[in-house]
Design a protein around this ligand. Structure first.
Ligand code: IMP
Ligand code: MG
Length: 348
């Protein structure tokens, strides 16, 4: 078993990181932390496409990545985009430059391409942009084209030729040889086309099963589903939000957020246990990560051990575990990648 990384006495080989709320749970930061510490052979991005922005602070720069996996910070990892994911070649190529990852990016030849006309349609649609509050990135119309079987695929785009790969083959070969693989989910449970607050959702299912399918991994090959929750809830775009609080109240709590892709101000609310329970069930979560604990409990800022957390923060995490019946193994206490309480060794 020599080189197989061992976590808490157990081999870690394929983990999906998924969002448990309406996206923007802080998955980018969690994935960057896992990438640096677990050193996966491959990190494969799944989910809808460039409507998602994963934020990571790395070497003094803020990255808001929409196509390249946030795990790029670990230089040993192959960076893959599964065939279920939409690709905007312009966004992808500029991110490859910005992250300096040209030699290790693989885009599946079967990824559907977002064309200019998809973006125009998304932005000019009274329904999508007006009513639903889409990100205007062309994802909905491009997925329609894919379903209609008129979409162009990545393997037909000359600018992408050097990156074209068989992502399911790479990922499954890695898993079978005992190497560590991380599947980077995007969006969140409440935005799922099937399980979310339809019609105020994105253009695809966003649960762990679909995230695995996006990169071509079968359900029996997945070892862990880490579901990420922010310590409070945010939602950008229209739609039901049972625990929403007024903007002024959020400001009093020191919580003001803006979307990574669109710059829109996010709606803020308190932690929604009902939504979280359903997200745990449908994602088959085996571990939970809680982010932005420092924004809810200021004294938690920068903590790196359980004992360094204030009592109120500990109580909150314990309540999460009691109600959701899944261990909280990772807690994020700040924007820096190392502002993490990692309890995997003790809890799994
Ligand atoms: P679309 O995915 O651009 O069609 O947008 C549909 C809905 O999903 C809108 O409410 C968007 O704000 C939301 N959405 C899509 N992707 C994300 C994401 O990555 N984070 C947060 N909201 C998202
Ligand atoms: Mg985001």
């Amino acid at each position: 078993m020599g080189d197989v990384p061992v976590m808490g006495g157990r081999e870690l080989s394929c983990m999906i990181v998924a969002g448990g709320q309406w996206g923007d749970e802080g998955k980018g930061k969690i994935i960057a932390y896992l990438a640096l510490h677990d050193r996966p052979h491959a990190i494969a991005r799944s989910g809808v496409g460039p409507n998602a922005g994963h934020t990571v602070y790395w070497k003094g720069t803020k990255f808001g990545l929409r196509q390249i996996p946030c795990g790029f910070v670990y230089e040993g990892a192959r960076l893959l985009i599964g065939p279920g994911v939409l690709v905007n070649p312009k966004v992808l190529l500029s991110e490859i430059e910005a992250t300096g990852t040209r030699g290790r990016v693989g885009v599946d030849g079967g990824c559907a391409i977002i064309e200019e006309r998809h973006i125009e349609e998304d932005r000019s649609s009274e329904h999508l942009k007006g009513k639903i509050g889409s990100t205007g990135t062309g994802c909905g119309p491009a997925n329609v084209a894919r379903v209609n079987r008129t979409a162009r695929l990545a393997r037909e785009v000359p600018e992408l030729s050097e990156f074209i790969a068989d992502v399911p083959a790479e990922v499954n070969e890695a898993i079978e040889s005992g190497k560590n693989v991380l599947i980077e989910g995007t969006q969140g449970f409440g935005l799922s086309l099937y399980h979310g607050t339809y019609p105020y959702v994105t253009s695809k299912d966003t649960s762990a099963s679909s995230l695995a399918a996006d990169v071509g991994v079968g359900p029996t090959m997945v070892d862990d589903v880490m579901l990420v929750f922010k310590a409070y809830v945010s939602r950008v775009g229209a739609g039901p939000f049972p625990t929403e609080i007024p903007q002024e109240k959020a400001e009093e709590m020191g919580i003001v957020e803006f979307g990574t892709v669109t710059g829109r101000r996010r709606r803020i609310g308190l932690f929604d246990f009902q939504l979280a329970k359903r997200a745990v069930m449908i994602n088959g979560a085996t571990q939970l990560a809680v982010t932005c604990l420092d924004r809810l409990f200021k004294d938690a800022s920068g903590a790196r051990s359980w004992n360094a957390l204030p009592a109120a923060a500990k109580e909150f995490v314990e309540r999460l575990e009691n109600e959701l019946r899944v261990p909280v193994t990772i807690i994020s206490t700040g924007a820096d990648i190392e502002n993490v309480v990692d309890m995997r060794a003790e809890k799994i």
